[in-house]
Design a protein around this ligand. Structure first.
Ligand SMILES: [Zn+2]
Length: 281
């Protein structure tokens, strides 16, 4: 069963925190911030936690606390050697803090052996240690590991709370990770790519697809993600066949499995044209 972050901090203050957590939903940066806030609270030495002024708080805030560990994917996955390396550290005494915190960022990228090694850690938890798995998509974590964790779900920020590029946030459908990727690649570039794609479908003119290329692989992946958001809105308004969402999911998966992004977009467009394309007005 999942709980929310407010209940979690209450449990932390009462000393009733589970030792193995799974943070999912919202964006990567939002979840990391929540883990760091929790670490502050657990290690602060003052009455009013977190005070942000005691030596433990200061070290946590500067990112230099020796009892805070973070594991991220190296290239595309988190390997077993990374888990073994952290294991050695976790069974030692804490350096300075009361609690050792280990954040596994993008836990949906754990390889199977790495996930199994973590499972052992969850079954024989080291003292005074909190392990937090963080993932945008909890479905990507094997069930045996996921079922061990207390789940904490984070909803996406409201548009009014979003302080970065608002247009990118809107185009992302409220997904912080996608919004930041759009900003990285460039909002105008992504808008023009999705505009060109939709125009090709609307005019039933496959040749217009060529206007999309050349395109970097990263841009192709991003375009598919953005099209999924845009087309979903059109499906809701009855302007698109729901079938197109299934096709786009399949093509996104294919590109993830190293299928060429140009081929994937062209296949998508052909299927999309067959479905009747857009039907605006
Ligand atoms: Zn403090």
């Amino acid at each position: 069963m999942g709980i929310n972050y407010t209940l979690l901090t209450k449990a932390a203050l009462e000393g009733k925190l589970a030792h193995f957590l799974l943070f999912h939903g919202s964006g990567m940066i939002e979840r990391e911030r929540a883990v760091r806030d929790l670490a502050l609270m657990l290690n602060c030495r003052k009455e009013n936690k977190p005070c942000r002024e005691c030596p433990d708080c200061k070290k946590m805030l500067s990112g230099n606390h020796p009892d805070f560990h973070m594991i991220k994917p190296q290239k595309t996955s988190i390997g077993i050697e990374q888990i073994i390396q952290i294991q050695g550290k976790l069974y030692r005494k804490t350096y300075e803090g009361k609690f050792r915190i280990c954040l596994i960022d993008q836990a949906d990228k754990l390889t199977l052996p790495a996930a199994n090694a973590l499972l052992k850690l969850a079954e024989e938890p080291p003292d005074h240690t909190l392990i937090v798995l963080s993932a945008g998509n909890a479905e990507g974590i094997i069930n045996t590991l996921r079922s061990r964790a207390q789940e904490v779900y984070f909803s996406s920020p409201a548009e009014s709370d979003w302080l970065e590029e608002t247009d990118a946030f809107r185009l992302s459908g409220g997904d912080p990770d996608l919004a930041r990727k759009i900003q990285e690649v460039g909002l105008s570039r992504i808008k023009s790519l999705s505009g060109n794609y939709l125009e090709a479908i609307d005019k039933k003119d496959f040749l217009k697809m060529f206007a999309l290329f050349p395109m970097e692989r990263e841009e192709g992946q991003l375009l598919l993600q953005v099209l999924a958001v845009v087309l979903k809105e059109m499906v809701i308004k009855g302007q698109q066949s729901p079938q197109v969402l299934k096709e786009i999911t399949q093509m996104t998966e294919a590109v993830r499995r190293q299928v060429n992004h140009r081929l994937a977009l062209e296949v998508l467009a052909l299927k999309h044209l067959k479905l009747g394309g857009t039907d605006i007005g």
